[in-house]
Ligand binder design. Structure first.
Ligand code: HPA
Length: 269
């Protein structure tokens, strides 16, 4: 972590940042909106995990968005790629080491909400970890007992809702269930998730939220709905559909995040 942060400082990437962002499947084009970008490939950064998923670029971009300094992770590594729920420990730790700005995670997700179909955005209010994994397993310190009440920061959520209103981007809300993937869920698993109280399903984000809270970062997360959960509507989810729908809706995410940064929303949280 310290080594990665020192390397990034040497490359001119240093805080304070107004916001750190992780872009999920198809949302990488947000990086194109960053002004005066300094980009560093993940492969160059000590101890950074590689992401081999198509639709994920794998570089860190520092620059300005909505007039504010941001640190954008273009692509993430997933537990299902590495068999390790802690695969994002160094990237999340680096956010803390470079000044600890609020962290906004984005992902592509399946929806269990009839009113939030493909192309819609949803703010994650809470999560259900159905993966059986946790990124803090093996962490020796008592800091591993991380409280998870209001893990999705209420102030950041309010700021995101205000920014959505200002930018006229419809924003749904819901509980996100983490399935390990990489296979999509079965219809029976989707019915179970719905019964348990989930509104969204996906294969990322939850371990990063746990790590963010471990490192003391304020964190929020946005899902871009790319499909309905398996069996919820005709057809089955496909990765190609996920990438295409996410790319189409990336513009909404860009407007929302730019509005979040250009207003005083973050300051007032
Ligand atoms: N399930 C899990 N992850 C996903 C989905 C889904 O339906 N869509 C996009 N990511």
């Amino acid at each position: 972590m310290a080594e990665a942060a020192a390397f990034l400082r040497m490359r001119g990437v240093d805080g304070p940042f107004a916001l750190a962002l992780v872009t999920g499947t198809g949302l990488g084009p947000l990086a194109d909106r960053v002004e005066d970008p300094v980009a560093v490939a993940y492969g160059e950064i000590p101890h950074f995990p590689a992401s081999g998923v198509s639709g994920h670029a794998g570089r860190l971009v520092a620059g300005r968005l909505g007039g504010k300094p941001v640190l954008l992770f273009q692509g993430r590594a997933h537990a299902y790629e590495h068999g390790d729920a802690a695969v994002m420990r160094v990237p999340v730790g680096v956010v803390a080491a470079l000044g600890g700005p609020p962290l906004l995670l984005t992902n592509a997700a399946g929806s269990l909400l009839a009113e939030a179909g493909p192309g819609r955005l949803a703010l994650i209010t809470d999560h259900i970890n159905l993966s059986g994994m946790n990124p803090l397993i093996g962490e020796p310190s008592d800091a591993r007992f991380v409280p998870m009440v209001d893990a999705y920061d209420p102030g950041l959520r309010a700021a995101l809702k205000d920014a959505a209103g200002l930018s006229s981007v419809p924003l749904h809300e819901g509980v996100y269930a983490w399935f390990s993937g990489p296979s999509f869920e079965t219809p029976a698993e989707i019915r179970m998730a719905k019964t348990l109280g989930a509104d969204l399903v996906g294969m990322s984000t939850v371990p990063e939220v746990i790590l963010a809270r471990f490192f003391g970062l304020r964190v929020a997360a946005l899902s871009l709905v790319t499909n309905y959960g398996a069996g919820f509507a005709a057809g089955a989810p496909h990765h190609d559909e996920t990438k295409r729908v996410a790319a189409d809706a990336a513009d909404d995410v860009g407007r929302l995040v730019t509005a979040l940064l250009s207003g005083d929303f973050l300051r007032s949280t």
